[in-house]
Design a protein around this ligand. Structure first.
Ligand SMILES: [Ca+2]
Ligand SMILES: [Ca+2]
Length: 82
């Protein structure tokens, strides 16, 4: 995912790169907004649970490519701002 929140998925078979986005940080269920429905998925992603929603990068709030406690604050703020 690039700094603007776009997600790139390459399709070598079709010789192209598909761009998704902009992805909304914290919107782990892809509904277009960060709300209470994202809380469970965010926690699962944070814990690295096998049934976490994909892409788990959606839960990476600060864009440092890892999910950790530093993302919790930003997630809560996005949640409260919704
Ligand atoms: Ca959502
Ligand atoms: Ca992070």
């Amino acid at each position: 995912m690039d700094p603007n929140g776009y997600l790139y998925v390459s399709e070598p078979k079709h010789n192209r790169v598909v761009r998704f986005g902009p992805a909304l940080p914290g919107d782990v269920n892809g509904s277009g907004e960060v709300d209470q429905a994202d809380v469970a998925g965010f926690v699962l992603a944070l814990l690295g649970a096998p049934n976490a929603p994909k892409p788990i990068e959606a839960a990476d709030m600060n864009g440092d490519a890892c999910l950790d406690g530093e993302d919790i604050d930003a997630f809560l703020q996005a949640l409260l701002a919704s």
